[in-house]
Design a protein around this ligand. Structure first.
Ligand SMILES: NC(=O)c1ccc[n+]([C@@H]2O[C@H](COP(=O)([O-])OP(=O)(O)OC[C@H]3O[C@@H](n4cnc5c(N)ncnc54)[C@H](OP(=O)(O)O)[C@@H]3O)[C@@H](O)[C@H]2O)c1
Length: 324
């Protein structure tokens, strides 16, 4: 299916999203460890980023409890209200943080999540990662109880292996509930889900992949390769091997190829990288790029309004095969 301006059902649920959503980790305001990853974005800038997302046709937003202990959820809700969006006019995905917690914590903390996002409902509630005190079956069972109580609308997971995802799917399937999605790291410089069974299992079970870090945290745009000065101000990304000189040299040929295609299509490199992600696997993948500048979101939303030729998608597949 051609996804230009097309909507996409997450895992066969009635949560219908645009192929690009907005990642809101960047709205964490440095409130906790996870929040220290990005600079503090003031409400004014967050408002602009959210408005430009909506203008660009984006209909959903991904946030999490752990993004500043609710700071991102609150900032998102404030910005959507200021933009005049009524509950139900946009879709919200948020996440429960499992570390050092049991599944019982899911029902204990749901009121806080609802309050942080008020007046917007939780359209997708995700288990943020698999490293908690309970297993995935207990966690999605606790999520299913929230669904029964109509406190959330759909269930997703994140950073789950193929087996964990299958276990979660199976547990929910017995209750007649679809598992909407698995949110995982996926970009042209990190294609591990294509070799570790996640992509294959997601396709088999009809679960959507939500690609996080779809721009490899800015790397695929080539801005750090072109202007190493920018590397002085990348916060915690400096600890990642991909941002060190060896890593940059490894990704340089692919980044150059992405640039070549961006000239051919008269779009930005970010748009080439995102367009490949949301089209190469048919209906399976949607992406949630984050933004710290207005131009980012303008470009990223624009990735939905053209389509790479099949031949160029194959060429990108081949050029990035080493990152599988
Ligand atoms: N489930 C999970 O465990 C998990 C983990 C990570 C992320 N996420 C979610 O996924 C979202 C996106 O992931 P991410 O923030 O890690 O990575 P990303 O979307 O790949 O990268 C975002 C960063 O890339 C740069 N950027 C964005 N658009 C650009 C453009 N058009 N041109 C040039 N640079 C651009 C900006 O960097 P600068 O700010 O340096 O300019 C921006 O902060 C997050 O907001 C979050 O919602 C989830």
């Amino acid at each position: 299916m051609d996804k230009i301006n097309n909507l996409h059902s997450l895992g066969g649920t009635n949560m219908i999203v645009t192929p690009i959503g907005l990642g809101c980790w960047q709205f964490s305001k440095q409130k906790n460890m996870a929040g220290k990853f990005w600079p503090t974005l003031e409400d004014d800038l967050i408002g602009k980023v959210v408005n430009l997302s909506l203008e660009g046709g984006i209909n959903w937003f991904d946030t999490a409890e752990v993004y500043g202990n609710g700071a991102s959820e609150k900032a998102l809700s404030k910005a959507l209200q200021a933009a005049g969006k009524k509950p139900g006019e946009v879709l919200i995905a948020t996440k429960w943080w499992p570390m050092f917690r049991f599944a019982s914590n899911i029902s204990k903390t749901i009121d806080e999540r609802i309050k942080a996002l008020t007046p917007y409902p939780i359209d997708l509630y995700q288990v943020h990662q698999p490293w908690g005190f309970s297993n995935e079956r207990s966690e999605v069972t606790a999520m299913a109880e929230l669904l029964d109580r109509k406190l959330i609308k759909n269930i997703g997971v994140s950073n789950f292996s193929a087996q964990q995802m299958k276990n979660a799917w199976e547990t929910l399937d017995k209750k007649g509930i679809p598992l909407a999605s698995n949110q995982v790291m996926y970009n042209l410089l990190h294609r591990k889900i294509e070799s570790n069974g996640i992509m294959e299992m997601a396709k088999k079970l009809g679960i959507s992949i939500i690609a996080y870090s779809p721009l490899a945290q800015g790397l695929v745009t080539g801005k750090f390769h072109d202007n190493p000065e920018l590397l002085k101000n990348i916060g915690l990304r400096k600890y990642s091997a991909k941002f060190k000189s060896k890593g940059l040299e490894k990704s340089r040929p692919l980044v150059m190829f992405i640039k070549e295609l961006s000239l051919k299509y008269n779009v930005s490199p970010s748009q080439i990288a995102l367009n490949w992600l949301i089209n190469f696997h048919g209906n399976t993948v949607v992406a949630i790029p984050g933004a710290t500048k207005e131009i980012h979101v303008k470009e990223n939303a624009g990735a939905m309004s053209f389509r790479l030729s099949d031949e160029d998608m194959q060429r990108l597949d081949k050029e990035s095969a080493m990152f599988k």
